[in-house]
Design a protein around this ligand. Structure first.
Ligand SMILES: *Cc1c(COP(=O)(O)O)cnc(C)c1O
Length: 451
């Protein structure tokens, strides 16, 4: 027996390098803020401090420059940013917001905070992003907006989606949490449509623990976002909006410490993207020779950020189940000590509509709001709603978090060697496979067991 899962010797035993995100620049930023003694500069009244302190303003100025956009508005998380945006674009109870089901949950739940109803459109089988054809099929008289996620860092088909938005007078929100600095036909994702933004949580390319940045070229939307970010009810009169609906606010403010760290991180973004692209190209080349494992699809005019590296698994070609394959690959490689040293996970996320929130249609309160606002409509979140997303989750997609900046080409080679070895020796797995269960491996469970 050659495979490590059957007692053979593994491809590699020494651990993969762990991502190290904080350096001396971030430490300096923290000390700078500590010395200033101002940990947040926000004031909830109509004055310059309504827009935040020095570090927040500085981060936003640098962000505008880097992403070539008129307004950058920092927020306490990108989840908060999505909620702020739903308020700013005027989502009302019963409005429908079309979004993909194959994404982080906040891409969809943000609409619920204003009584909007998430309607799920299926994804494209090559890019894993929302499919314009499916968007068209889901448009109704109640549709108000579309949330587009550039999943894993690969741009969605913005050309078509913007066309649909124009035809039906819909707002388009770009969730670029996984794709900072990615280009779609020469434009920066996040700022192509009406409004968009980025996450600064620990797992993203650059971070400050928790945080987010909204970007837009629309002056009015920008003002509304700033109101909602900081208790808009106190100052909305001076902003002179005729219609003040949704403009009361919350506290979605970023602190000076986080802003200072994020400013230092922003300077590192291009280096991180360059490194991830170099590693991914190498893995692309290695996968070319392995039938049944398909590298990510990327259109010629676009760039990618490789938040994760998706591999499409063809069970018919390889002949064993995805979960047996994954276990055999993991056995060839060092035991993960963190998410970013985990060679492979299955399925990414369960399509969002399978969660109890949608299954029971209970969100705000216990009486079915907002799913019951449109009395004549019965929302359907049943299995089969988005077959491509369901299939990616349960059968075809593997994702590797190993494409991260602490890795070197030799590390990616160990990974590719493990993939190639398992495919070459797959006959050793037939028996194991017959006895395996069909369940999808849960990476969170796996991490708990290695913590
Ligand atoms: C991370 C992420 C979010 C949420 O960002 P937070 O800053 O963690 O709130 C939303 N959408 C996508 C696609 C993400 O990856």
């Amino acid at each position: 027996m050659n495979l490590a899962i059957n007692g053979g010797s593994p491809i590699r035993t020494h651990p993969f390098p762990v991502r190290k995100t904080m350096g001396k620049e971030e430490k300096e930023a923290v000390l700078r803020v500590m010395d200033s003694d101002v940990l947040s500069g926000f004031v909830g009244a109509d004055c310059s401090a309504f827009y935040g302190g020095k570090e927040v303003k500085n981060l936003e100025a640098e962000w505008k420059d880097r992403f070539d956009v008129k307004h950058a508005i920092s927020v306490s998380s990108w989840t908060a940013g999505l909620q702020v945006i739903m308020g700013a674009i005027g989502i009302e109870p019963g409005d429908e917001v079309i979004c993909p089901p194959y994404t982080m949950s906040a891409s969809a739940t943000s609409a619920l905070f204003y009584g909007g109803v998430p309607v799920f459109a299926d994804i494209d089988k090559d890019t894993y992003n929302i499919n314009p054809e499916s968007i068209r099929k889901n448009i109704s008289t109640r549709t108000k907006a579309i949330v587009v996620v550039h999943l894993f860092g690969n741009p969605a088909n913005m050309h078509e989606i913007i066309k649909i938005g124009k035809e039906h007078n819909l707002r388009i929100i770009e969730d670029a949490a996984q794709s900072p600095g990615v280009q779609y036909k020469g434009q920066q994702v996040g700022s192509i449509a009406d409004i968009g933004g980025f996450s600064l949580n620990y797992h993203k390319h650059i971070h400050c623990g928790e945080g987010g940045v909204i970007v837009t070229n629309d002056d009015e939307l920008a003002k509304k976002c700033m109101l909602i970010r900081n208790h808009g009810e106190n100052v909305v009169e001076s902003f002179k909006f005729e219609n003040i609906s949704n403009l009361f606010g919350s506290n979605y403010r970023l602190t000076e410490l986080q802003a200072g760290i994020a400013t230092s991180q922003l300077k590192k973004l291009d280096g991180i993207l360059e490194k991830r692209n170099r590693l991914a190209k190498h893995l692309d080349n290695r996968l070319k020779d392995i039938k049944g494992l398909n590298q990510p699809y990327l259109e010629k005019d676009n760039t990618h950020s490789y938040y994760m590296y998706p591999i499409r698994y063809e069970e018919e070609v390889i002949g064993i189940s995805r979960s047996t394959f994954r276990m055999a690959v993991m056995a060839e490689l060092p035991r993960p000590t963190s998410w970013d040293t985990t060679p492979l996970a299955e399925g990414y996320v369960k399509p969002l509509y399978f969660s109890k929130l949608y299954q029971d249609q209970i969100a705000l309160g216990s009486k079915g709001f907002p799913f019951n606002v449109n009395k004549e409509i019965v929302y359907n979140y049943q299995e089969g709603l988005c077959p491509i997303a369901e299939n990616m989750y349960s059968k075809e997609l593997l994702v590797s978090p190993l494409i991260q900046e602490a890795m070197e080409i030799k590390d990616i080679d160990s990974f590719a060697d493990a993939l190639a070895k398992v495919v070459k020796n797959k006959h050793e797995l037939f028996e194991l496979d017959e006895n395996s269960s069909d369940s999808v491996f849960d990476p969170v469970e796996a991490l708990d067991s290695c913590a």
